[in-house]
Design a protein around this ligand. Sequence first.
Ligand code: G3P
Ligand code: CA
Length: 283
Amino acid sequence: DALEQQLDDLQGFQIIAHRGASGYAPEHTWFAYDKARDMGADYLELDLHMSADNQLVAIHDDTLERTTNGEGNVKDHTLEALKALDAGSWFNQAHPEYANDDYAGAKLLTLDEVIDRYGDSVRYYIETKSPDRYPELQRALVETLEAEGLVDAGAVVIQSFSQDSLKQIHELNADIPLVQLVWYSTAEDGDGLVEWTGVTPAPSEITDADFQAIADYAVGIGPNVTYEGQDVIDAGFVDQAHANGLLVHAYTINEPDAMQRLLDWGVDGMFTNFPDRLNSIAE
Ligand code: G3P
Ligand code: CA
């Protein structure tokens, strides 16, 4: 069936274009997504929020300030208001080396618009936030994916830091491959070393049972690799995940040296802002 086929496909190495080819063009706009597709990405990565009128919108932050000329929370704006914003000009200021006049005035996009444009010419790697923030999001997302035939086509992975969100999606449709995101840091707080992850213990303490708990509902784990320039996982982490039947999709890897190192560790995919670099290294 479609899930089996997609799981077979996921055994190969996956290039996941993080917010599109967001190193080269404003994240989550047509410019970034078109480049990602043209650079041979296997998946477009989309972060989803909901507008005040419950539309699924592709944007990373909770708030509008960093990547648009708007202000405040995404969820407090209607889709019409979000569509009036300029989601491209910030990039030209932040990244003059890749600035392009065409980016000025780029629009935010709904999930429906993205699926309408690309259909099954790419796959979609969609991130959900905590259901506390958007209680309606899981159901709206699964309904959209089903209606568009993307679950049957095996063209979608859903990822989240929120185990609640993933478990809700798994209940709604068990044929969607899920990836549990985790975040490992090595920061010091008042009590000493913190290796916070939310869902698993720190990599140094992780057990097969911890991986198995994820494998109950997910096909993979998505860890960050470095924190403040230091590795937080290693090849042993990848091996242990594999031994427990989980794929490893690491984020967010932009430098060729790091890409090669992670390929040597045997990861199954990487999120990158520069899919062309990964494509040339992973071949
Ligand atoms: O989804 C993987 C990676 O994108 C998680 O971090 O903050 O870029 O969504 P973030
Ligand atoms: Ca993301």
